[in-house]
Design a protein around this ligand. Structure first.
Ligand code: KIV
Ligand code: NA
Length: 262
């Protein structure tokens, strides 16, 4: 089990310490993040877009999420590992949602799950909390509802957002992701809640921040929203390495002496 727990999250909010989160989908990256000191790793269903090359997160399956969550959990000694419940794994019967969420802990080694929605998903959050499964809620821009929202749009209905936030806290969520929300609104939400808020495109006032790893490391050439800061350009570094290799092999310069068995 990880050193960081859901209780640590609560304590960090009380002490005013920012909670750092990134996504990861495999062992080597999860290991880099864990050793760098990240507080939590979200195995996001953003998997569908940044790893599987899909247009949306909707097609991602339970089995795919479990496969990737297990790889991440194996790498983490410190970070809290959170598995993202995919579209249609918690929208049906409550018992199915509990069974699906339980698999993230029982089969994949996660310590918590995340699901999207506000007031509408409170019965699910409560059922999971009763089963001993910590839940991170996710409100504002919820990508699984892309068709209902009419695209990936910033959410500005302050009254609804505040109600959703208070409702998921009352239902038993241990934290809540605020995505695509103007800073003044997420500031109000953060002040109104006892549980920590983790922002993405939600300004500086949240209790913590999360970004999609492949966006912030510059791994894909996908459109990047305004809120993504690129901390590295791994695509360029990898492309250069591969191009150098191709050239050296074509010119007969690799393998040279030192890489050869005599
Ligand atoms: O799937 C994901 O990566 C997410 C985060 C962006 C919050 O849900
Ligand atoms: Na997600």
């Amino acid at each position: 089990p990880s050193q960081i727990t859901t209780a640590t999250f609560m304590k960090m909010k009380q002490q005013g310490k920012k909670i750092t989160t990134l996504t990861a989908y495999d062992y080597p990256f999860a290991r880099i993040l864990d050793q760098a000191g990240i507080d939590s790793i979200l195995v996001g269903d953003s998997l569908g877009m940044v790893v599987q090359g899909r247009e949306t997160t909707l097609p991602v399956t339970m089995n795919e999420m479990l496969y990737h969550t297990a790889m991440v959990a194996r790498a983490c000694q410190r970070a809290l590992v959170i598995g993202d419940m995919p579209f249609m794994s918690y929208q049906g019967a409550l018992n199915d949602a509990v069974q699906n969420a339980g698999r993230f802990l029982k089969e994949a080694g996660a310590s918590a799950v995340k699901l999207e929605g506000g007031a509408d998903v409170c019965p699910v959050i409560t059922a999971l909390a009763k089963a001993g499964i910590p839940v991170q809620a996710h409100i504002g821009l919820t990508p699984q509802s892309v068709h209902q929202m009419g695209g990936f749009r910033v959410q500005r209905d302050e009254e609804r957002l505040l109600k959703d936030a208070k409702d998921v806290e009352a239902a038993g969520a241990f934290s809540v992701v605020l995505e695509g929300i103007p800073s003044p609104i997420s500031e109000k939400i953060t002040q109104a809640l006892k549980i920590p808020t983790i922002g993405i495109g939600a300004g500086p006032h949240c209790d913590g921040q999360v970004l999609v790893l492949h966006d912030m490391l510059g791994i894909n050439d996908r459109f990047l929203p305004k809120f993504v800061k690129k901390y590295a350009d791994l695509a360029a570094a990898a492309g250069k390495g591969v191009a150098d290799y191709i050239e050296e092999v074509q010119q007969g310069r690799f393998p040279s002496d030192e890489y050869e068995y005599k």
